[in-house]
Ligand binder design. Structure first.
Ligand code: ADP
Ligand code: ASP
Ligand code: MG
Length: 437
């Protein structure tokens, strides 16, 4: 029996017209039972997401500055939707409570979460579905990690009581009842959690693009869409900056192998991308996709014969661990070792890290290079194809891009390339054109 869980992103619920499109999509298929809603996103390029307005209000209030102007803007966003749709819902008491909470500096997460809370309430009313507050069905542990067992049990029970329901994305509650959010873009994770608890046959993730593209459409003009991508490939790409789906959204559905279908709310006729547990179905290209991010630094340690020195790598990593820094990659040679970390995480601890490495491993030289971008070339087809790395390097050389680091994942699912951040866009274009055009 088919049962679908749908998640609509912020741009899909940005204004009344989008609500109409969403209702048409939901109502056109009776197996679309549970809907996860984001806060209203951007209506056009220079607009501000309601979530960002809420964070702004919180910051103003914490600074004891007046929130009226920004808060009125938020109220206007919701009231415009309600009035345009002509639904009988007065959010005044809700707004008053949020304003009150702002004045009392109630949690930042609580304030941010109200974006999805109010939008889901409007959507539930408009669709005639039950509203289920995420606070009552999504739980975190004391240490802030997601409590999947309790959530699954309580949410499953709650869903079984309602055939059709809307659940706000992005947040849940701590053991003491206060609100906690996932990281930004977290409504994708809520959708996945609901899909698991509902034992859904499909998790439809509705956004503003017709699926996952082979590269970021904001950088590559009109990139080719990906028809099918595996959970693992998606993890690699979303971790490296392909933000279509939150990088953690795979975990809840992975248990039950529920496929995810990325769809475009503005073009519901497009089939979008299927994200599946495994696939033998090869794509038209050797690579599945490319993604990348800037903001990395490398810490290079030089010492003659370091490859023979037992425990050296561990000692280097220990210094990072002691300073609360996680590493991204760790390529090494006979006499050198490089650790790639995010520039942000290193910046405050730089002096301590360098001093710690000098003390722990007594190197001949240790230095930091900033301004690095990492690109991930990902594809399940790369294992079988010979010469993929050679093609990547040749295309970069042709584009005059100097490679600062190379790391191939042991599963041969991805090749990571470090380049100067100034070369990032040139490098992305060069690799895309090599494999796709
Ligand atoms: P939502 O608000 O629906 O959650 P997001 O803004 O989080 O939507 O994600 C969709 C956006 O992801 C697209 O508008 C696009 O700009 C961006 N994006 C980045 N990389 C890719 C990619 N490889 N394919 C498609 N979209 C991408
Ligand atoms: N509204 C939240 C954000 O902007 C969560 C989401 O959209 O998924 O990050
Ligand atoms: Mg998103």
């Amino acid at each position: 029996m088919s049962l679908k869980v749908l998640k609509f992103g912020g741009s899909s619920l940005a204004d009344a017209n989008h609500f109409r499109q969403v209702a048409e999509i939901v109502k056109s298929d009776p197996t679309r039972h549970y809907v996860v809603a984001s806060a209203p996103g951007k209506r056009q390029g220079n607009d501000t997401k309601v979530t960002d307005l809420l964070y702004k209000c919180y910051a103003l209030a914490a600074n004891e500055e007046d929130v009226t102007k920004v808060f009125d803007e938020i109220k206007q966003r919701y009231n415009d939707i309600i009035n345009d749709l002509g639904i009988d819902l007065d959010l005044t008491p809700k707004f008053d409570r949020i304003r009150e909470a702002l004045l009392h500096n109630t949690g930042r997460d609580y304030i941010a979460s109200r974006g999805e809370y109010l939008n889901a309430m409007i959507l539930a009313k408009y669709l005639g579905f039950q509203f289920i507050d995420a606070k009552k069905v999504i739980f975190f542990n004391e240490d802030g990690s997601f409590n999947s067992e309790k959530t699954n049990e309580v949410l499953r029970e709650a869903l079984s009581e309602h055939e059709y329901a809307v659940i706000p994305g992005f947040y849940g509650s701590m053991p003491n009842g206060t609100i906690k959010t996932f990281s930004r873009g977290g409504s994708d994770v809520t959708g996945s959690i609901v899909a698991r608890a509902a034992s859904a046959t499909l998790y439809e993730n509705w956004t503003d693009v017709s699926g996952f593209m082979m590269a970021d459409p904001r950088i590559i003009d009109n990139p080719k869409p990906i028809k099918t991508i595996t959970y693992k490939e998606l993890r690699e790409l979303s971790y490296m900056g392909a933000t279509v789906l939150h990088e953690d959204a795979i975990f809840p559905v992975r248990y039950s192998k529920i496929p995810i279908n990325i769809r475009n709310t503005n073009r519901p006729e497009d089939k979008g991308t299927f994200i599946v547990p495994e696939s033998d179905d090869m794509s038209d290209y050797i690579i599945t996709g490319i993604a990348g991010r800037t903001g990395f630094s490398s810490v290079t340690i030089e010492k003659a014969m370091m490859n023979t020195e037992l425990g050296l790598g561990r000692k280097v990593l220990q210094v990072l661990e002691d300073n609360g820094i996680s590493f991204e990659h760790f390529p090494s040679g006979i006499d050198t070792m490089t650790v790639i970390v995010s520039t942000k995480s290193l910046s405050e601890k730089r002096a301590d890290v360098l001093a710690g490495i000098c003390k722990n491993v007594n190197p001949e030289n240790v230095f930091v290079e900033e301004n690095m971008a990492l690109l991930a070339v990902v594809g399940r087809g790369m294992v079988k194809a010979k010469g993929t790395a050679a093609r990547i390097f040749t295309s970069l050389a042709r584009a005059n891009v100097n490679i600062r680091m190379i790391d191939q994942g042991s599963s041969e699912l991805n090749i990571i390339i470090g380049v100067d951040a100034n070369d990032y866009i040139t490098a992305l274009n060069a690799i895309y054109n090599e494999f796709v055009k």
